[in-house]
Design a protein around this ligand. Sequence first.
Ligand SMILES: Cc1ncc(COP(=O)(O)O)c(C=O)c1O
Length: 450
Amino acid sequence: MATKKITRRQAITAASAGAVGAFVNLSLPSFSAIQVGQEKLAINGGKKVHEGSWPEWPVWDQSAEKNITSMLRSGNWYRGDGEHVIDFENRYAELMGAKRCLATSCGTSALIVALQSLGIDAGDEVLVSPYTFIATYNVIFMSKALPVFVDSDPETFLIDPSKIESRITDRTTAIIPVHIYGLPVDMDSVNTVARKHNLKVVEDACQAWLAEYKGKKVGTLGDAGCFSFQNSKNLPAGEGGAIISDNEEFMDRCHSVHNCGRPYGSIKRTSAYPINGGNYRMQQIQALILMSQMNRIQRDADIRLANAKFLDIKFREIPGIVPYKLAEGGERSAYHLYPFRYQKEKFNDIPKETFIRALNAEGIPCSSGYGTQNKDGLIDEALNSKGFRRLFSETRLKQWREENVLPGNDKLCSEAVTFYQSILLGSISDMQDIVNAITKIYENRASLTA
Ligand SMILES: Cc1ncc(COP(=O)(O)O)c(C=O)c1O
């Protein structure tokens, strides 16, 4: 199959000039021009479309080793022993356009600290997107609050803002919009409802470094923005997290809460531990790894964006392959994963799992996205627990169960397919291989069996 190769640099230049569409159409064959129909699928013993490897993740930066070795040899490993964590906080706050940043041990602890510092308490209800990593629910349960799921919009993969208000009760104190996969939530709509009902807004931006909404970085749009730097993330450090905000008093409280309740800034020394807290501190080594990874974050983000725009355009030409839609006001995704929906009715009703296996066999790694976790056992375990039955009436828990019907999310879970972020760091011909492989499966759908 002859496809004209173009360099990644050309693609990025085109993307940044806003000319991806024109560039792509000029330089690459369209769906109808790709001659893949006659080839046997790899899953059926044919030759795979993509023979090569894919970029590995994470990528180590050897220039960081000098600083890390010297810190390790000094024995000053704890955040209080040096400046590295503070240096990272300053640099991350600047990158995000936020006044303050507090580094934490991980994204989960960033969310825990933010919720506690905003006063989310036992017996509260917290509105949340069901389409997320489990940590987003877990932190609500850890606060002894009730997660109340707001249905997803399958087109955007995000919370459907029009469904928020009907889920509010007199116990609701906060909402956690999740910028899943790096896709920006329509934050104006979320904030409008939140202001009307006096709710705190904690953005789960754990997958959304450098994503943009109406010209601002996500994580700066609510009361707090929480990030993860776990090893798979676009900014990795093994483990790590951060909270950002412009609210000095709130950030002082977060600092204190994350450091066992010790005084900090406006949290005055009325005693050794004036408020309730825990240990959620980042270590110096995490900060040093992060500082080295910061050198590549923007460049990587630009490559992912250019490649994603290419896929967006090409996927629209393949029947039954529907790329994500940016929500109102969303300008740029972080592409922690690149998501699209697979409509099996256009593929002879071949189940999604078979499609994924066929695509994997063509040499294209992809996976299935999140499942319908709102129906998972952990929910029942929490709802049936002694503590929850003390905190919430039987009537409320019964109503919660009855309302845990989320057709938008069910549809999304049944159709979503994702590519991991490092796939998007491949070359433009790698992206063309993805398009060719899906096209090949479409053309040969009759040869697939469930
Ligand atoms: C959406 C989301 N929220 C929260 C977290 C929790 O972050 P961590 O794993 O760093 O604790 C993650 C991490 O995967 C995440 O993807």
